[in-house]
Design a protein around this ligand. Structure first.
Ligand code: SAH
Ligand code: MG
Length: 208
């Protein structure tokens, strides 16, 4: 990975450990089919820098989808709440400004296109086939399964589905990302390419 972008990605705010970020980059850089990348759940742009670095390398676009209002687990009183990301005027989480700054400072504005809205609302009208899909949005049961059902059908054969926060052992974290990983494998349409910490990369081997 480009050393400057690697340093930017590591320094960016977010919940992606360095080894998993690099594995995400490696999986994206290895994508051999044409088409754009899309991530569900951008937060402050950390994973978008890893994915954007790979997208730029192959002259693609990364669509970075988020409503920027935070997941359940980012709300006040939850584990991943960061109080300085609450807009004092609206009293709502607003990560869009930090996201834009991260992408700007990384020099990735030509490559990373923010899509600001609800995952299912955008997904219901989305038609572009995806070379890579990264799912890291809401981690509750309903949002995770809906993201999988909404977006995985857009991954082309030969394309990559990556999922974050997959914990095989329930003691390590919540179940829904693991459940959708299992759904992908059990569908028979995806095979595992790599596993690094809680990051999984799968390749689509056949249509649904
Ligand atoms: N990938 C990021 C972390 C994402 S955190 C990183 O590397 O740091 C999860 C994100 O999913 C939050 O920013 C939240 O706003 C977003 N999200 C949750 N539910 C969503 C939904 N229904 N539509 C769009 N974004 C959603
Ligand atoms: Mg995550």
């Amino acid at each position: 990975m480009d050393p400057e972008l690697l340093a930017r990605a590591r320094a960016a705010r977010g919940f992606m450990p360095p080894d998993e970020g690099l594995a995400l980059y490696d999986a994206a850089a290895a994508v051999a089919v044409t088409g754009p990348f899309l991530e569900v759940g951008s937060y402050c742009g950390k994973s978008a820098v890893y994915l954007g670095a790979a997208a730029r390398l192959s002259g693609r676009v990364l669509f970075a989808l988020d409503h920027h209002r935070g997941s359940e687990e980012n709300q006040p009183g939850w584990e991943h709440h960061e109080p300085d990301l609450v807009d004092p005027d609206t009293n709502k989480i607003d990560t869009l400004g930090t996201f834009r700054r991260t992408i700007h400072d990384a020099g990735l504005e030509p490559t990373v296109v923010a899509v600001v809205g609800d995952s299912v609302t955008v997904g219901s009208v989305w038609t572009a086939p995806l070379a890579l899909l990264f799912i890291d949005g809401g981690h509750g049961r309903e949002p995770a399964h809906r993201d999988f059902e909404t977006w995985a059908p857009h991954v082309v054969v030969g394309g990559t589905l990556s999922i974050h926060d997959v914990f095989c052992d329930p003691a390590d974290g919540g179940r829904p990302p693991y459940e959708i990983y299992c759904r992908a494998i059990d569908s028979g349409s995806f095979e595992e390419i790599s596993a690094t910490g809680s990051l999984r990369a799968l390749r689509r081997t056949k249509p649904d």
